[in-house]
Design a protein around this ligand. Structure first.
Ligand code: 3DD
Length: 423
């Protein structure tokens, strides 16, 4: 693949920039919270003097976050956090907007880490991550930059889990804000975003009818629940597999059948893994699957479906459609893998809708502001955003949606702390 490269960017094709600008305009028209933050801070530029290195899926929504960080005064460099999630038109548009952009769809492993390294050339003062690959790269290959870094942020569940493990091991050398743990992120992005975008990816890659199909979600956490909810809405018979008793119980009480993956493998038509765990669908599951079974993943890394074992079992394979490879087994059964087992919502579609990323990225913006204000006072480790921020973000969203809120009267406020009034 030929790319367009200068010292300050490497993208697939700069001539796609016009298309990228249209996509970003579309996203901006549906992200009122971020746009209100941009309007609020573009004059005072509180992030002036800061250099933010980002490693997060390069989508039309991420472009709105990047533009907002820049409008608030920051210098920004960026790489994609997954080899298959970069929208090349958006990357091209950002490369023309004085953003140090190193991202292109279909990167190999070398290109992926080369891109991360380039984003560090301007010696960032803050890092912004989705999956902790950037923070981990700084710790493993660029310790010399640590002194100049005030702190970082982390977008996703898997990344926060990884950073908490690093901190527990005493290996996390600077403060990181867990954006994923903000309610206006996880309870919207992970549920409604993942639910809609994962089905979007499955349908773009297969165009199968979901109604009547046995739809198996491995995991019934926020993401799995979102996928189950949306599949149910499309008329699928939803099945959940779990390792956590309370999650399995919730699935059952919400009308989702619960069984082991060994059992689900025999009857499933469409599978999606949402667990963040490795080897969730493996060889003996493929051996049980029906002819025509479709497997996909929406977890951050591509470790949940053991494709290497499927490749060993298959006697042949062929690419049926974009992001859809057919593996034929020795007895003639065919199994379809979507997006090479990578996150199907971003690799085969456009990720979550702008409306929900609006709140996730408002939290990212506020995390950068918090680091600029008090990062030096935050100790090493994983930190949370202040809870009141959630209500602030949700209120801006509601206002933009024209949805009214009731307000507690003084008497009600007094009542809420008056323990003397019983039945
Ligand atoms: N993620 C999903 N859709 C996205 C989009 N449209 N732009 C950027 C990132 C996007 C990933 C996030 O959901 C992140 O919150 C995660 O992985 O948890």
């Amino acid at each position: 693949m030929t790319t367009t490269e200068t010292q300050n960017y490497k993208v697939a094709d700069l001539s796609l920039a016009d298309e990228g600008r249209l996509l970003i305009d579309w996203a901006e028209s549906r992200m009122p919270v971020l746009m209100s933050l941009r309007e609020k801070f573009e004059k005072t530029k509180p992030l002036a003097g800061h250099r933010i290195a980002g490693c997060l899926h390069v989508t039309k929504e991420t472009a709105v976050l990047i533009r907002t960080l820049k409008a608030a005064g920051a210098e920004v460099s960026w790489s994609g956090c997954n080899p298959l999630s970069t929208n090349d038109a958006v990357a091209a548009a950002l490369a023309q907007e004085d953003i140090r952009m190193y991202a292109w769809y279909g990167q190999d492993t070398e290109g992926f880490y080369w891109s991360i390294d380039r984003t560090l050339d301007f010696k960032p003062t803050m890092t912004l991550d989705d999956g902790a690959d950037l923070i981990f790269r700084v710790h493993s290959h660029h310790q010399d930059l640590m002194e100049g870094i005030i702190g970082g942020s982390e977008e996703t569940t898997t990344g926060v889990h990884r950073l908490r493990a690093m901190a527990a091991d005493g290996k996390l050398e600077y403060p990181v804000i867990a954006v994923n743990d903000a309610e206006t992120k996880w309870d919207f992005d992970n549920v409604y975003g993942t639910g809609q975008s994962s089905l979007d990816g499955i349908l773009r890659a297969t165009s199968v009818l979901l109604a009547g199909k046995n739809f198996v979600t491995a995991g019934y956490g926020h993401c799995g629940k979102g996928c189950a909810m949306r599949a149910k809405g499309m008329g699928a018979n939803v099945i959940a597999t779990e390792v956590k008793p309370t999650a399995a119980l919730k699935a059952n009480l919400e009308g989702v059948r619960v069984m082991t993956m060994d059992e689900a493998a025999k009857i499933g038509d469409v599978f999606i893994t949402t667990t963040g765990m490795k080897d969730v669908i493996v060889k003996h599951h493929f051996e049980s699957m029906k002819d025509g079974a479709i497997v996909s993943n929406t977890g951050h890394y591509d470790c949940e479906i053991n494709i290497a074992e499927l490749k060993e079992m298959a006697v042949s394979s062929r690419e049926m459609r974009d992001n859809c490879i057919e593996y034929t087994l020795s007895d003639g059964r065919r199994i379809y893998v979507l997006a090479e087992g990578r996150l199907v919502n971003l690799a085969a579609a456009e990720g979550h809708p702008s409306e929900v990323m609006d709140m996730s990225f408002a939290n990212q913006f506020q995390a950068m502001m918090m680091l600029a204000r008090e990062g030096k006072d935050l100790g090493k480790g994983v930190h949370e955003l202040p809870e009141e921020l959630d209500q602030e973000i949700a209120k801006i969203k509601l206002d933009a949606m024209g949805l009214g809120l009731d307000v507690l009267t003084p008497e009600q406020i007094a009542y809420s702390t008056d323990y003397s009034q019983g039945t």
